[in-house]
Design a protein around this ligand. Structure first.
Ligand code: CUA
Length: 438
């Protein structure tokens, strides 16, 4: 007579259920494992491209191998023991041989992990000390025609939801004092302010001063280093170094609200001459698109009324920028007179500096391509952004977090795109080809 609630019967039924679930479990495990694979993953942590990232890789790879060997051995023993000690006929008083109190075994499984963990800890500590120490060498940069020695340093500011970068070349701002009296909300005017894409020279250790203007973000360019938090009210030092020229992708890795997942960034590493060229262009500011626009700008910058040029779409776009966009965005050579007078909060607090807009391969916090793969301007994407920013990147514009919908007419949008496309020479074809963020 069979009792449905007897222990042997329950055990038998459990076995049947588990056996049926085996293919499902195998399928789910395989699916989960494969879902992490991509041929050309932008954020591949196993593809280091600079000395710091290579040091991290050189430590994590052996640790991963050792952990893998231990895992395979451990699971092997578990499976072996399950098979070897399988209970065929269940009985309450049948117990396997107990090993509690076996001195040799207990010493062994205390000593072996201790040795392994100690070795990992020593190497990790040495690496952490190295990662957290900076030995940036001063390099020569020509600034406004004068050669200055620049200890490559970039101030990185996380904002909801994009990244700002500030470069200080001149002695007017002493970075030691800046660090000592750090105030992320009233940083001194910088020589170059840019957004989304950090431009660095190759082969140099770049020191970062990472901070935030609002909530906690985290700066992470996996090919060049690990991640570091950007916290309001303070700064965290960090460093990056790229061996080769190119584009290195990143992503904010601390949940920071609505568009956290769309808070991306890139590092553009360049040869020394290309970097100098970028510095020159950024320092020079934007060229007015026409002679009439130049006259208009000169009057505007002098605080005088001037007839708006309306000859070309570029000219009209400039006028729209001045009347509509300049309350938040800054373009050096256009509305930087406000900046020089120290009214930083008005113009550069919470919106990207657009001086080199057309030289960046992405816009809107690194999520949209400025150019199409064939090298032509990605008008459709820029227009979509100006037409309805929240449709491209969620924001809280009513709380001054993100680009507001300005209700621009299609004609105005066309003019603005025309003007934006004049802001800096287009990036190289290689850089455009390497981008493709959508
Ligand atoms: Cu910024 Cu997440």
């Amino acid at each position: 007579m069979s009792d449905r609630n007897s222990a042997p019967e329950q055990s038998r039924r459990l076995h049947v259920v588990l056996r049926r679930l085996r293919p499902v479990a195998a399928f789910v495990t395989l699916g989960l494992a494969l879902s992490g694979c991509a041929a050309d993953a932008e954020l591949d942590t196993l593809d280091p491209q600079g000395p710091t990232a290579k040091d991290i890789d050189a430590l994590s790879f052996p640790v991963f191998v050792v952990a893998g060997v231990i895992m395979v051995a451990l699971f092997g023993v578990i499976v072996y023991m399950i098979r070897k000690s399988r209970v065929v006929e269940y009985s309450d008083d049948e117990w396997p041989e107990q090993i509690h109190g076996n001195t040799t075994l207990e010493l062994l499984w205390t000593a072996v992990p201790f040795v392994i963990m100690t070795v990992i800890a020593v190497f990790s500590t040495v690496l952490l000390i190295d990662i957290n120490s900076t030995e940036a060498n001063a390099i020569e940069v020509s600034v406004d025609g004068a050669d200055v020695m620049w200890e490559p340093t970039v101030v990185v500011i996380g904002q909801q939801w994009w990244w700002e970068y500030r470069y200080y070349f001149n002695d007017q701002v002493d970075l030691t004092t800046l660090r000592a009296d750090f105030d992320a909300k009233s940083l001194p005017p910088a020589d170059i302010v840019t957004a989304g894409q950090m431009v660095i020279p190759i082969g140099e250790e770049i020191e970062l001063i990472i901070t935030s203007r609002d909530v906690i973000h985290s700066y992470w360019i996996p090919a060049l280093n690990g991640k570091r938090d950007a916290a309001p009210g303070r700064f965290h030092p960090w460093k990056l170094e790229a061996t080769d020229p190119g584009l290195y992708f990143g992503q904010c890795t601390e949940f920071c609200g609505l568009s956290h997942s769309r808070m991306r960034m890139q590092v553009v590493a360049m040869s020394a001459p290309d970097f100098q060229d970028w510095v020159d262009r950024s320092m020079a500011g934007a060229e007015p698109p026409s002679a009439a626009a130049a006259d208009y700008l000169a009057a505007y910058r002098a605080g005088e009324a001037a007839p708006a040029p309306d000859g070309t779409a570029e000219d009209r776009g400039l006028v729209t920028f001045v009347s509509t966009c300049s309350a938040c965005h800054l373009i050096n050579g256009v509305n930087d007179h406000d900046y020089v007078e120290g009214d930083i909060a008005q113009v550069s607090g919470a919106a990207p500096n657009l001086t080199q807009f057309a030289s960046r391969t992405t816009f809107a916090a690194g999520i949209s391509n400025t150019y199409k793969p064939d090298g032509s301007l990605n008008r459709t994407a820029i227009e979509a952004w100006l037409r309805d920013p929240a449709a491209v990147k969620d924001n809280a514009a009513d709380e001054e977090r993100g680009m507001p919908d300005l209700g621009l007419s299609e004609a105005t949008i066309d003019d603005l795109v025309a003007y934006l496309s004049t802001l800096g020479p287009p990036p190289s074809a290689e850089l455009i080809a390497a981008t493709e963020v959508e």
